[in-house]
Ligand binder design. Structure first.
Ligand code: NAP
Ligand code: GLV
Length: 321
């Protein structure tokens, strides 16, 4: 009997997200079965048992009556879970050393950039001005990480090793050496009150949507060495309220922000965020997925699943992450 096919629901983009390149990768990993692309191939949907997806269209997955597992090709599953017709089969996300290290690079780079006053130094260079400012040590800066999952904990350790005072906030309390833990809505005010640089690595769920708004920014510490709070969001754009971010930068509630994710992506060319001097922007590439590693990861999970072994990194649909 032929093995169940893998359907690729990847709708485009360049580089990493080019559908034909994903097909080539998956074909070399899964040479014993059909690999089909919804944008390139005609096929019988009843042959499909597995789907590998990135931002699938609403209702698209419901076309496969024999579907057994959905593999999301990234860490965040908000786009998949927003499908009202999502089949009730296991949904697996990416959790991978390579992606995790890339996110930590991003978080450390932007934390250091704000801490070491790099925007000020860049402006001095533009003016050919030799004007060093007081530079405080990392141990004087309190970093707070929203989301202490795989990414949050890895970044927390790296920042702690650099000397920052690090705390994390999550749904459930954590015991992480050298990192203060705050949990749940009751723990949020105290966590914010001790935070100079706020890093968001939360998933987007109904509970976290819009969390990064004026009400939260106003609770951040204002007595720190940076002169005012800094926010770094590499979670999802739906976590932030961009009009509040701009207003809070303009009235001094926030000092600076780094944003990798946006309410609408790509960010509109006429968004005021692009040109704001206190905003650093990256195009949702804080932690790209290594496509070869991910194809190998999905293939090994399919083999494990067919051998009766448990799936790794399955999402809890009720929790939303
Ligand atoms: P994860 O391991 O599932 O961790 C999620 C963390 O968020 C957990 O600590 C969880 O708390 C916490 N959390 C969830 N809902 C919460 C709530 N309502 N209140 C308080 N804490 C809550 O996820 P991950 O692998 O670290 O990834 C996190 C997110 O990063 C992804 O969902 C994705 O959106 C984003 N991401 C972005 C990029 C990029 O390039 N920008 C790349 C990869 C991932 P518990 O520990 O108590 O469950
Ligand atoms: C990227 O944003 C991911 O969720 O992997």
């Amino acid at each position: 009997m032929s093995k169940g096919a893998l359907a690729l629901l990847i709708h485009g983009g360049t580089d990493n997200w080019a559908p034909e390149r994903w097909k080539t990768r998956f074909k070399s990993e899964l040479s014993d079965r059909a690999v089909v692309s919804v944008v390139e191939d005609r096929f019988d949907p009843r042959t499909v048992q597995y789907a590998a997806v990135w931002k699938p269209g609403a209702g698209e997955l419901a076309a496969f009556p024999e579907l057994k597992v959905i593999f999301n090709l990234g860490a965040g599953v908000d786009a998949v879970l927003s499908d009202p017709k999502l089949p009730r089969v296991p949904l697996v996300r990416v959790s991978d050393e390579d992606l995790t290290s890339r996110m930590t690079e991003y978080v450390v780079m932007h934390t250091l950039m704000h801490h070491r006053q790099q925007s000020y130094l860049d402006a001095c260079q533009q003016r050919r001005e030799w004007a060093p400012r007081m530079q405080w040590p990392a141990k004087a800066v309190r970093v707070g990480i929203l989301g202490m999952g795989v990414l949050g904990q890895h970044a927390a350790h790296a920042l702690r090793a650099l000397g920052f005072q690090v705390a994390g906030w999550s749904r459930t309390a954590k015991m992480v050496d050298g990192i203060d833990s705050y949990a749940g809505p009751d723990g949020l005010p105290a966590f914010l009150a001790r935070t100079d640089i706020l890093i968001c690595l939360l998933p987007l769920t109904p509970q976290t949507r819009g969390l990064l708004s004026r009400g939260l920014f106003a609770q951040l510490a204002r007595d720190g060495v940076l002169g005012g709070p800094v926010v770094i969001n590499a979670g999802r754009g739906g976590l932030q309220v961009e009009t509040d971010i701009l207003a809070c930068l303009n009235d001094g509630t926030l000092t600076a922000v780094t944003l990798d994710v946006f309410e609408r992506e790509p960010l509109d060319a006429d968004s005021r965020l692009w040109r704001h001097p206190a905003v650093k922007i990256s195009p949702h590439n804080a932690a790209d997925t290594d496509p070869d590693a991910i194809a190998a990861y999905v293939a090994s999970q399919i083999r494990d699943f067919e051998a009766g072994r448990p799936l790794r990194n399955a999402v809890d649909p009720d929790r939303g992450y």
